[in-house]
Design a protein around this ligand. Sequence first.
Ligand code: F6P
Length: 355
Amino acid sequence: MLRVGILTSGGDCQALNAAMRGVVKAIYTKRDDVEIYGFQDGYKGLMYGDFKVLESRDFSGILTLGGTILGTSRQPFKLMRKPDENGLDKVEEMKQTYHKLHLNCLVVLGGNGSHKTANLLREEGLNVVTLPKTIDNDLWGTDMTFGFQSAVDIATDTIDRIHTTATSHGRVFIIEVMGHKVGHVTLHAGIAGGADIILLPEIPYDIDVVVRAINRRNKSGKKFTIIAVAEGAISKEVAELPKKAQKEARAKYPSVAYEIADKISERTDQEVRITVPGHTQRGGSPCPYDRVLATRLGAAAAEMILEEDYGKMAAVRNNEIIRVPLEEVAGKLKYLDPDSSIIREAELTGISFGI
Ligand code: F6P
């Protein structure tokens, strides 16, 4: 009997269900002596022994379904190898559930935090296989995470819709895009949506340069400006402060879009509006690209399980699916390279990065 545990962890994204379906379908094509244990709400389910025994049919009809049929949660605890203040040793609890169910392996669909935990469980002797999910595309070791392209589609659609109203009113619009500490979603949606200015965490902006770009557009007769800003974007001034002072400076505004709107309003006569698509970027059905990627990664994870090649993440590099050791993935963020050619190409088309 092959006993496989599976869980989805961290913020949800599109194609989680498609990826799980890929894993399960590919296992069942080779084996029929399989038991699948779906842990509820991420690592919490593993910790508290909260699971459902799932059958192959539970994974049918979910290719296009957003969210996750298992539920998810943010890391519910600080990673510790010793008991917490209530005497609960969370890592030990997870190990016990795994052993009690006689699992052959655990499949984790997660982003950065979830990969740290997956690697810890590997170090503790569990057989773990992972899949890279997150709209942020900030997971080291893979060119692409599933969820990313779907989020780019949604953020692009927001920018597209803002264009017509911005043009009609001759306003400056700031669209704040998700991405945590990195700017991948903003950069791609910004280019795809024809933003005039793109502000990213990896390239601290100078507000005076942003204002000059707006004024230049006005002088040329284009009365509106579209700014795509990553939620983690930071001004040059603030980036130069120590971390604590940075936090205090950011806390003065509900989010970075408001800070930029304030500063533009102080320096120009233009009307400024803010749009924050927020969690819509993680919602709904996965785009075809993500369905394909998630299915491929899921099938690759199944192959790893059948070959008993554990402790690795199924990843994509140069459109080939590869296996990356978890110790190489855990704890590393994949930032945008400010010197990458995509930035230069965007600049060539007249996009300002506020520098
Ligand atoms: O990691 C995905 C992400 O959507 C980030 O882009 C964003 O910063 C964060 O999650 C939001 O987290 P939550 O859903 O917990 O508010």
